[in-house]
Design a protein. Structure first.
Length: 68
């Protein structure tokens, strides 16, 4: 999961549990995960492209905005 990319579908921010849709190549699709900020900072609004920095099974990820 680490390094996979996705998009915010429910605002991710400090003290918030958001939601992201992550592309999972092994399953040939996109799946929803609960999401937290990997690094404290500004909230990530819906539509923000993100990368998974940490994964906690079964459905929780820590994300950062993609650069570029």
């Amino acid at each position: 999961m680490i390094g996979y990319t996705g998009r915010v579908t429910g605002k991710v921010g400090q003290g918030l549990v958001g939601e992201v849709m992550v592309h999972v190549p092994e399953r040939v699709g996109t799946e929803a995960f609960l999401a937290h900020l990997a690094v404290p900072g500004d909230p990530l609004p819906v539509g923000t492209p993100v990368v998974v920095v940490e994964y906690q099974p079964p459905r929780t990820v820590f994300v950062a905005p993609t650069v570029g």
